[in-house]
Write a protein that binds this ligand. Structure first.
Ligand code: PBG
Length: 328
């Protein structure tokens, strides 16, 4: 009744110890997956222009980096290939090569750093001459023909020792088909992380440069990736993928789609990962490089935002830098 407020919210904010004591959400290295690009270009480290601080690694270099990540407490890496353009063709045949770049990298990492998880992208875009995720015929991405190839690609990865198969292609029915094939081939413990809610987004631009599909992509991916205006469609996608045998689901991009992360994590009792994609990374780096924001502070703040929205984990190009800051 007095002139002063009885409830002073600022009491709990007055010192570091009170703030730490009542903090509701946290981010730790355990929550991070490091997205990495592996290359067969012959260069050990090859910077990606649109992603300052990100380099494509040779297999040898990636093994070293995987050790560092493991020692920082990062549970897993998500690997994306940048292959020699001469190996690309219309059907993405190289994706099915058991001696290709990805299976070679999986074996090398599993040999040297067996205790870090390996997540592999299942999609044809790094391997196709047209940059699409599937088989293209007369301007149309063929669903079922693509799924047959994705199943083969997933088997090649699982046989090489990949822990988590992560289809990012958005074809219908691919999770069920991959799950059947894995069971049939004896890979009963291989996990599936489904890119269930993946939107047709402008935020993937720098990634396409990173894997070398930017110059070659014809048209856009709107006939298979989701429309940015949709919410309930994401829940339907997640439900289908869980029914088909996914162990974890991904929402992608991340920060612009935090509402989707929140809806999915509120609706389903399943681990939800969010992908802080290349364009999100590039925006933070660009503003930081200009001195317009404090890059490290903003990076950690975004990671916490994902946790607040309900993400179990965050796939991010920042993982080692974040893990270093978080363990200090
Ligand atoms: C496609 C794929 C994309 C990314 C990973 N796998 C996007 C796309 O081109 O549709 C994007 C990752 C990023 O932007 O960081 N299979």
């Amino acid at each position: 009744m007095g002139a002063f407020p009885a409830t002073r919210m600022r009491r709990l904010r007055q010192s570091d110890w009170t703030r730490r004591l009542v903090r509701e959400r946290h981010v730790t290295p355990d929550d991070l997956v490091w997205s990495v690009v592996v290359t067969d270009s012959g260069k050990d480290r090859d910077p990606v222009g649109a992603m300052p601080g990100v380099e494509r690694f040779s297999v040898k270099e990636l093994v070293k980096e995987a050790k560092i990540a493991r020692d920082l407490g990062i549970p897993a890496i998500a690997m994306f290939p940048h292959i020699d353009p001469a190996k690309k063709d219309e059907h993405g045949t190289e994706a099915l090569n058991p001696d290709g770049l990805v299976p070679t990298a999986i074996k090398a990492i599993k040999d040297a750093v067996p205790d870090i998880g390996i997540i592999c992208d299942v999609a044809l875009d790094p391997f196709t001459s047209h940059g699409h995720d599937g088989v293209l015929k007369d301007g149309v991405i063929l669903n079922d023909e693509t799924v047959e190839r994705l199943v083969e690609q997933a088997l090649v990865q699982a046989r090489a020792g990949c822990d988590v198969i992560a289809p990012s292609d958005m074809m219908d029915g691919r999770i069920g088909a991959v799950r059947d094939a894995l069971e049939g081939d004896g890979h009963t413990d291989t996990l599936i992380l489904s890119y269930a809610a993946k939107y047709a987004s402008g935020f993937y631009g720098p990634y396409r440069e990173a894997i070398g599909s930017a110059g070659v992509l014809t048209g856009d991916k709107k006939t298979y990736q989701m429309d940015p205006g949709n919410i309930s469609e994401a829940l339907r996608e997640v439900e289908l993928d869980l029914d088909e045998g996914a162990d974890m689901v991904m929402v992608k991009p991340g920060l612009p789609y935090l509402d989707i992360v929140k809806s999915v994590s509120d609706t389903f009792a399943v681990p939800v990962l969010a992908f802080q994609v290349s364009g999100e990374y590039a925006m933070i780096e660009a503003a930081a490089a200009n001195g317009w924001i404090d890059g490290e502070r903003v990076m950690l703040e975004t990671l916490l935002a994902f946790r607040r929205a309900g993400a179990s984990g965050i796939v991010t190009y920042f993982a080692p830098r974040a893990a270093r800051l978080l363990s200090n």
